[in-house]
Design a protein around this ligand. Structure first.
Ligand code: ADP
Ligand code: MG
Ligand code: MG
Length: 876
């Protein structure tokens, strides 16, 4: 089998074999773009290398020698030839992009002889020695395992000896001296001189790139992003081009559109007189790409052209690495740009409008889960904010947390439940676990394409980078801002990755709004989706928010909060404690007008749309004080003996709490069981709802109330309660002289209800799957206990693929749903069927709901846009 492909032999379709980088380089080469010559060792060869226990697979070395001679022929250069030295980069390139996670070596081929040749050919002594020392440093670190810190130290010493601060102030002689010390360092650490033979260098580098697949940060990255472990990496070997040959040279990264906002404008960064990693490493803060237009207008024009071509070619936003060598543009990498959710939405919509993709493709391009980022709250700019500094807006979102200065500390504090902001001068792939643990990242150096920025965007975390006015002192664990204030580890700050602002303390946040592109994308999706999207909302504010996000009604209006509120608890307690019907009636009479007002507000906010009101569900003792606290209080009152009236009252309450106490409240006296035993409670709720509806209807507001009975398990329960609801509702409507259709349905949340759905459907206008309870009862997992105690172990241990309270369990709970939908519809062809558990906002569960043919999903207001998009994607 062929183990090596020259760039002009491959193409974009060969990603599995050539890796993302190799396939991209091949595709660009084929498209006639200026790519330095090179070839790719396949991922299959890498896998074979691992299978053989780290031995060269058969034929690879011959193929490599052959590929090198071909490269030499094409470039007119020769590895190890002092007169015409060929220098190459050896670059890792996995199938899925893992920015900065694996190792790359530049300037390979330099040795004591070729460095002189390079200097002669370019006429630049300093440049040649700078390249050589970079090579020894990278090779020493990556291949020979010499700590890069030791190299840095040698440079620092050289600078100190010369009395200069910047690398750029060091001369050719300085670099020559540094190279000498580097070689001594390598020899001391490895007990062997630095390898002078370029072929040996090359083989060492290829081995190191293969092995970098298994370095710790790559393993962590794959785990986080769910990338399989056994793919291996390709290795790209490519002629070096030099961005560090002077001020007509440089290196940079551009995005064809802004990766943070999606704005359709070339976006990126550029460093004059610099090589490769200088941009991404965040060592010097680069200039915005727009400046290239001034310094090298011709190159800029070419870059624009290339960007447009690549975007059309790949039909997606590209992230392009380039180098300019003495005024000539070279492309070194292209890949689909990592982007924020905001940018993903805007770019998808714009690409569709530009005719590069179609609308359905635009819908496919946006991951519904990522939209939650856009539905996050932002900093309230109108509030009184204490500004500390401003950096680059690298990844939008607001985040508050305690300042930490290293990744391990971030993880430690996060494990203790603290929100933290990781503050570093720059991040490296070694910080990955700390970024995961943080709410956001603040760096003092590096641009929008620095490691911190790229990684944070990929994870949807807030990031402010290149915040140069922040001076970090790691030893003291503090940073100082421009006005001289000191922020210490543990202090709370807020960063806004959308604006680059950094504030002291936890800044107040405001609700998000949907961008025009977001609305447009959702509108395209609305045209194809089959599921309606409703919201779970219990008050007018949530109802209004849900409506703004496009909810088509309320699928679940819980009424328990109507019994809480400070003005209500005492009435509710009187109702529960009542000794007789009359006393209970009086208390309920007081609740009636309050609840009517609640319903007026909700129905008005949802004018024209259905509002499904669930009658009281929780057990009554939830409205009474806690048993243990009450016992303590009573004991204290008895001991003090100074308030006999209060003592009597509390004792009475305690007796009642004891009576109502349940061993398994979730399986106890709740839901429709309350309705059966205390019909007055449901009656008052129904009255309040229909009085509100009648009042609004009389005003000319269109109202569509529906009554939902919780926890039904037997059709007789529903039969009895349905009759009561209809009787009371009709009575109210008659009193008010208003006509409205009366709809009564039920939750399906007890397995028996699902199993006997046919009988129940005969009594119902609609079913709404209460998948929280249904999951709880189907698994027999108490939701309140399972999450903290054993569920985590089940998911970690692979017993369950996912938390069934988050992602609907299709084989079990889903099977009950399928059955109930089928039986229910068979018995009642008019039956409307939906879901109102947490799962109603989860994209994977929504796909299932679409498959089984539900009519609607209902979810929290902030999930409504997510559900709309997920429902559309399910229908594509
Ligand atoms: P990563 O996957 O970490 O981006 P790359 O292999 O892309 O690693 O290379 C790291 C840096 O070196 C990039 O800035 C890249 O543009 C630069 N580089 C790689 N190969 C060459 C080359 N042949 N000539 C000049 N610069 C190169
Ligand atoms: Mg790269
Ligand atoms: Mg329930």
């Amino acid at each position: 089998v062929k183990q090596i492909y020259a760039f002009d032999e491959g193409n974009a379709g060969m990603r599995d074999l050539l890796g993302g980088k190799g396939a991209g380089l091949a595709e660009m080469t084929r498209a006639g773009l200026p790519v330095p010559e090179g070839f790719t060792i396949t991922t299959a060869a890498c896998r074979a290398y691992f299978t053989a226990g780290g031995q060269w697979p058969e034929g690879l070395l011959d193929a490599l020698d052959e590929a090198v001679s071909q490269l030499e022929e094409r470039t007119g250069l020769k590895l190890g030839d002092p007169d015409r030295p060929l220098l190459v980069s050896v670059r890792s390139g996995a199938v899925f992009s893992m920015p900065g996670m694996m190792d790359t070596i530049l300037n390979l081929g330099l040795n004591d002889d070729t460095v002189l040749g390079l200097a002669r050919r370019t006429g630049q002594d300093r440049f040649a020695w700078d390249c050589y020392r970079r090579f020894i440093q990278m090779y020493g670190d990556v291949v020979l395992g010499v700590d890069h810190y030791a190299f840095e130290q040698i440079i620092d010493e050289q600078k100190a000896a010369r009395g200069v601060r910047l690398d750029t102030e060091l001369s050719a002689e300085d670099w020559k001296a540094v190279v000498e010390k580097y070689k001594q360092l390598v020899e001391k650490e490895t007990k062997r001189p630095f390898p002078q033979n370029p072929r040996e260098q090359l083989l060492g580098a290829v081995r190191a790139v293969f092995s970098s697949w298994n370095n710790q940060r790559a393993v962590v990255y794959r785990k986080i992003h769910g990338i399989p472990e056994d793919l291996g990496t390709a290795v790209n070997i490519q002629r070096m081009v030099f961005g560090n040959l002077g001020d007509d040279s440089g290196t940079g990264v551009v995005f064809t559109r802004n990766p943070a906002t999606g704005e359709a404008k070339l976006y990126g960064e550029f460093l004059l007189n610099a090589q490769g990693e200088d941009v991404v490493a965040g060592i010097r803060t680069p200039s915005p790409i727009a400046q290239l237009e001034e310094t090298m207008p011709e190159v800029y024009r070419q870059l624009l052209d290339v960007a447009r071509k690549l975007e059309r070619h790949y039909r997606d936003v590209q992230d392009i690495e380039f180098t300019v060598e003495r005024g000539r543009l070279f492309l070194l990498q292209t890949r689909a740009a990592k982007r924020t959710a905001q940018a993903a939405v805007k770019a998808a919509v714009d690409l569709a409008k530009e005719g590069i993709i179609d609308r359905m493709e635009a819908i496919r391009r946006v991951d519904p889960d990522s939209l939650t980022q856009l539905l996050h709250r932002r900093i309230d700019e109108a509030a009184d904010l204490d500004r500390l500094a401003k950096g680059l807006p690298a990844s939008p979102g607001a985040a508050s947390g305690r300042v930490v200065f290293d990744a391990d500390e971030a993880v430690r504090r996060a494990n203790e439940g603290e929100a933290v902001i990781l503050v570093r001068s720059e991040t490296t792939p070694e910080d990955i676990h700390g970024i995961v643990a943080s709410q956001g990242v603040l760096t003092s150096r590096g641009g929008m394409t620095s490691h911190a920025a790229v990684v944070a965007r990929g994870m949807g975390k807030a990031c402010v980078c290149g915040c140069e006015s922040v001076r970090i002192d790691f030893r003291k664990r503090e940073f100082i801002v421009e006005d001289g204030r000191t922020i210490r580890e543990g202090d709370v700050i807020t960063i806004d990755g959308g604006t680059g602002q950094v504030y002291l303390g936890a800044a107040p946040l405001v609700d998000p709004a949907l961008s025009p592109e977001f609305q447009e994308l959702l509108a395209w999706g609305d045209e194809v989706r089959k599921l309606s999207v409703l919201a779970n909302a219990d008050n007018p504010e949530d109802a209004a928010k849900a409506r703004e996000f496009g909810a088509q009604g309320i699928g679940l209006c819980r009424t328990e909060h109507m019994f809480l509120g400070p003005d209500r608890v005492s009435i509710v307690q009187r109702m529960i404690l009542a000794e007789d019907e009359e006393e209970r009636g009086r208390a309920l009479g007081e609740l009636l007008p309050l609840q009517r007002q609640d319903f007026v507000g909700i129905l008005r906010a949802m004018a024209g749309l259905p509002v499904t009101v669930r009658l009281l569900d929780p057990p009554l003792h939830e409205f009474l004080p806690n048993l243990e606290e009450l016992m303590v209080e009573v004991t204290q009152l008895r001991e003090r003996g100074d308030d006999p009236a209060r003592l009597r009252e509390r004792e009475r309450l305690l007796r009642k709490v004891r009576v109502l106490h349940e061993a398994n409240p979730m399986l106890g006296h709740r839901g429709c069981r309350l309705g059966i035993t205390f019909p007055e409670v449901y009656r008052v709720q129904v009255r309040a709802l229909y009085e509100a509806a009648a009042e609004l209807a009389a005003e000319g507001v269109s109202v569509k109330p529906e009554v939902m009975i919780p926890l039904v398990g037997h059709h007789r329960e529903l039969e009895i309660l349905r009759a009561q609801v209809i009787e009371e509702a009709e009575r109210v409507l008659q009193e008010k002289g208003v006509e409205l259709p009366i709809k009564v349905g039920t939750m399906i949340e007890v397995p028996r209800a699902a199993l006997t759905a046919g009988e129940i459907a005969a009594q119902a206008d609609f079913f709404s799957f209460g998948t929280n309870d249904l999951t709880q009862m189907t698994f027999g997992f108490s939701r309140d206990d399972a999450e903290g105690k054993f569920l985590h172990a089940y998911v970690q241990g692979g017993i369950l693929d996912a938390d069934p309270f988050v992602v609907l369990d299709e084989p079990g709970v889903g099977r009950l749903i399928r059955w109930a939908v089928q039986e229910g519809r068979m018995a009642n062809s008019e039956l409307k069927v939906g879901i109102c558990g947490e799962h109603g906002g989860d994209p994977r569960s929504i796909t299932f709901c679409h498959k089984v043919g539900l009519d609607y999903v209902s979810c929290s207001p902030y999930r409504v846009p997510v559900a709309r998009l997920a429902a559309a994607r399910a229908a594509l």
